[in-house]
Design a protein around this ligand. Structure first.
Ligand SMILES: C[S@@+](CC[C@H](N)C(=O)[O-])C[C@H]1O[C@@H](n2cnc3c(N)ncnc32)[C@H](O)[C@@H]1O
Length: 375
């Protein structure tokens, strides 16, 4: 008999669970579980899931959203699955499982983002209104709560998204990454550390070549912004117009590919000093680990990119340890790919994210890349 699967694709476990969804021994008294065959209207499911999230109970919220997923018509299933994954990601975060939280929330954001873009408002709205309770309901308490807090107007799927984001949107970065993740050993303003110019190569020749080869492979050209830049930008073929943004004017002035540059501290002000849709591509080489509030910076990158223009983030396993965020220092290369993937997903400004190790096995600095096109 095929085993039931949850939103993360794992086989469902019938053992009792505690409030955070941790399995308890067979026979123990766990919290009341949402029945697998629960059927709620969309309004009820969203309202109840929202109530549980507001109460700090993402695991039962996931049960509700998963039940909605299983009972949803085909064209809505991906939305509900994404919402259920979001609640699973928050459950992982609640349990201190950063890796699981990053992975699930990134998948949820990708799934929900794609669904939102495709949402056919009118027809989905009609389908939504047609939904009626058809079976078992949640506990009486939950039903009462759902009734009391039901939307005045019929809920559409994008209302559901807004409801969940409204609750967690502003705090989602904190929900994904544990406390202290973005702190640094040296919290002094970056102007101090980056005051003296460093005209050095931060990665070896093989890793530099891998950066240039990726830029060529992706066809980066036209107007390009090199974020967190210095005196080298690693292109095999310089783009038509390269603009640099970094901390040190002497380093940027020494960059032979650069048409112009701006000195700007992204940790003091994430707003990029450029109009919307200014660039065909944005690069950021071996520097993403120094950002203390990366998601607004990624959002800004999406804003200054022309639609479809790629943001290419590359990194190795070397850094200035006192200026890198603690979360980066305490995670490995594979996890760094997931961390950067999460920055892209949480910014909600990009399409499909790709991540790869770009250097072959062997001695030398590894070079990883994560990139995605602006929406
Ligand atoms: C390891 S270097 C990499 C430089 C260059 N991207 C490269 O590939 O050689 C880190 C760079 O990040 C930049 N940087 C560090 N903190 C920054 C901040 N708060 N705002 C803007 N740039 C920053 C510095 O100017 C420095 O050049």
């Amino acid at each position: 008999m095929p085993r039931d699967r949850d939103a993360a694709g794992r086989a469902r476990n019938a053992r009792p669970r505690d409030a955070a969804g941790r399995p308890l021994p067979h026979g123990a008294t766990g919290v009341e579980r949402v029945p697998d065959d629960l059927v709620l209207t969309a309004d009820e499911a969203v309202t109840e899931a929202q109530r549980l999230l507001d109460d700090g109970l993402p695991f039962p919220a996931h049960d509700v959203l998963e039940a909605a997923w299983k009972g949803a018509p085909d064209h809505e299933r991906e939305l509900w699955r994404g919402l259920a994954q979001l609640a699973v990601g928050l459950t992982h975060a609640q349990r201190g499982n950063t890796r699981g939280a990053v992975s699930l929330l990134a998948r949820a954001a990708e799934r929900l983002g794609g669904w939102e873009a495709r949402c056919p408002r009118g027809s989905t709205s009609r389908a939504w209104r047609a939904g009626r309770p058809r079976g078992r309901t949640l506990s009486r308490r939950a039903s009462r709560s759902a009734g009391a807090r039901a939307c005045a107007a019929p809920c559409r799927p994008d209302d559901a998204l807004r409801a969940v984001r409204g609750s967690y949107g502003a705090r989602v970065t904190e929900a994904v990454f544990p406390p202290g993740f973005f702190e640094r050993d040296d919290p002094s303003p970056d102007t101090v550390f980056y005051g003296p110019p460093r005209l050095v190569e931060h990665i070896d020749a093989r890793a530099i070549a891998a950066v240039g080869a990726l830029y060529t492979e992706l066809g980066l050209d036209g107007e390009v912004l090199d974020l967190m830049s210095s005196w080298i930008s690693h292109f095999e073929h310089p783009p038509r117009r390269l603009v640099g943004l970094g901390m040190n004017a002497s380093e940027l002035t020494a960059n032979p590919m650069m048409a112009e540059h701006v000195v700007h501290d992204l940790n003091a002000d994430p707003v990029l000093p450029f109009p919307d849709a200014t660039f065909d591509a944005v690069t950021c080489c071996v520097s993403v680990d120094y950002l203390t509030d990366p998601v607004p910076v990624f959002r800004e990158v999406a804003r200054v990119l022309r639609p479809g223009g790629p943001f290419v983030v590359t990194f190795s396993n070397r850094c200035f340890p006192t200026k890198a965020i603690r979360g980066w220092l305490r995670t490995d290369d594979e996890q760094h790919l997931q961390v950067v993937n999460a920055y892209f997903a949480l910014s909600e400004g990009f399409g499909q994210v790709r991540g790869q190790l770009r250097t072959p096995p062997g001695p030398g600095d590894p070079l990883y890349a994560v990139w995605a096109p602006a929406k």
